[in-house]
Ligand binder design. Structure first.
Ligand SMILES: O=P(O)(O)OC[C@@]1(O)O[C@H](CO)[C@@H](O)[C@@H]1O
Ligand SMILES: [Mg+2]
Ligand SMILES: [Mg+2]
Length: 282
């Protein structure tokens, strides 16, 4: 039976590639920087331009579909995942990298129906790597199948994480405490691309065994969550519970074994859910 959403996924890949051209062009020019929730939570006109490019192009083909876009939510749109077909968009995941021309920036487009991600597209545009996944049909990078690492010994694992954009000393202390606990398991190393989406695609590619973070948003991880699971990986909340893409917490790993070791090492804390923050628009 033909896949009713293949046309939508093909469009997502095409518009992600087009958005990647805009981002890479902007990397060669000036990038006016603005701030959002803190002085280190950055956004640029390119983030906003790319998000509108994606949303407008999808609306032309799928006028009844809904959207959760990072910069639309920042401008006051509600962050609500209903059962309706919903596009979950991060126009530039790794804006701080983009501002500094640090070459790991991704366009992330997830597509959910009945609150379940049906396809995910992450385009790491400087690397020219198009990561894709369709539920039940595997995960790919530039058409090549992806498989998570088979390493199950955490002492021989590489782990990815990020420090986020919260500079509250107590929060930073918790982040560092988890990092210290994980380093001293020990693990071979800790890395961070500066983008949740790219970190998770590194898990799907078998380059790192796990990625965890407290502070992400649904738009950072929706697309890549399916890429990880379709590459044979597992997703979990940092406290060992079921993953909740609106909870701002995630572990994406190659196996339950490694995930469970990380759960014991991570110092969990909670943040306001993405869908709990009231829209700013009156
Ligand atoms: O605001 P952006 O660039 O879309 O995303 C921010 C981000 O890169 O920062 C975090 C690193 O702490 C990642 O989890 C997340 O992907
Ligand atoms: Mg992001
Ligand atoms: Mg972003």
């Amino acid at each position: 039976m033909a896949d009713p959403w293949q046309n939508a996924m093909d469009h997502a890949v095409a518009v992600a590639r087009k958005a990647g051209e805009v981002v890479c062009d902007a990397l060669r020019g000036d990038r006016a920087v603005m701030t959002k929730s803190s002085v280190v939570d950055l956004v640029t006109q390119t983030d906003q331009k790319v998000e509108q490019l994606i949303i407008q192009s999808v609306k032309e083909k799928f006028p009844t579909h809904r959207f959760i876009g990072e910069e639309s939510v920042a401008a006051g749109e509600p962050c609500v995942l209903s059962d309706s077909p919903t596009w979950i968009i991060d126009p530039i995941d790794g804006t701080t990298n983009f501002v500094h021309a640090f070459p790991f920036v991704a366009i992330s487009i997830g597509f959910a129906i009945n609150k379940q991600v049906e396809f995910g597209v992450v385009f790491s545009c400087v690397e020219d790597k198009m990561f894709t996944a369709r539920r039940g049909k595997g995960a790919f990078c530039n058409g090549e199948p992806l498989q998570v690492s088979r390493q199950e010994a955490v002492e021989q694992a590489m782990v990815a994480t990020e420090f986020g954009s919260d500079r509250d000393a107590d929060v930073v202390d918790k982040i560092f405490q988890s990092l210290r606990n994980i380093l001293c398991l020990p693990v071979h190393g800790v890395r961070g691309a500066g983008s949740a989406a790219i970190n998770m695609c590194l898990v799907a590619s078998g380059c790192v065994e796990a990625y965890y973070e407290i502070g992400i948003h649904v738009w950072d991880v929706a697309a890549a969550s399916l890429i990880v699971s379709e590459a044979g990986g597992v997703l979990m909340d940092v406290d060992g519970g079921d993953v909740d893409l609106m909870s701002r917490r995630i572990i994406a790993a190659n196996s339950k074994t490694i995930t469970e070791r990380l759960v014991k090492a991570i110092v969990p804390f909670s943040l306001p859910r993405d869908d709990a923050t009231p829209p700013k628009k009156s």
